[in-house]
Design a protein around this ligand. Structure first.
Ligand code: AMP
Ligand code: ZN
Length: 140
């Protein structure tokens, strides 16, 4: 873990070794503009401590990160004229996670911004839905 923290991009940003456009900072959490924004004001919220993803982040820190994400979303609406926000976090390569340091994307949305965050609809048989329901319930 130590070595990972040394080279981790977002740990380096949190330590100030790599510059970022910070919009919020406290002892545990940092928020900064995404370098390749999906929309104007796209912000990333991270814990300063290294946790690889959402599933591995302790719940008190997770809660703190989401509180900050809410503040950012409110500020985007108030200050940038956003009319909505997408709040999301990618877990794992298959989900598109490229930086293995937990982060929340807060993506402001504007009328007719043309941004597509697609979730193509699928229909599953009732039997399969019940099996899925059962499997997930057992694991919670
Ligand atoms: P993800 O694909 O969910 O892991 O998101 C990683 C995000 O980090 C991407 O949206 C990148 O544009 C963003 N990113 C990568 N390098 C930097 C950087 N140096 N400063 C700010 N954002 C970055
Ligand atoms: Zn890290």
């Amino acid at each position: 873990m130590e070595d990972k923290k040394e080279s981790c991009l977002f740990c380096r940003i949190a330590r100030g070794e790599i510059p970022s456009y910070k919009v919020y900072e406290d002892n545990e959490v940092l928020a900064f503009l995404d370098i390749s924004p999906a929309s104007r004001g796209h912000t990333l919220v991270i814990p300063k401590e290294h946790f690889p993803d959402f599933t591995l982040c302790p719940k008190n820190i997770l809660a703190h990160c989401f509180e900050v994400a809410q503040l950012i979303a409110q500020a985007q609406i108030r200050q940038l004229g956003a009319t909505g926000t997408n709040v999301l976090t990618n877990v794992g390569k298959s989900a598109g996670q490229t930086v293995r340091h937990f982060h929340i994307h807060v993506i402001p949305r504007y009328e007719d911004d043309g941004l597509q965050l697609a979730f193509p609809p699928h229909r599953l048989e009732d039997k399969e839905m019940l099996l899925l329901q059962d499997s997930i319930r057992k694991g919670v």
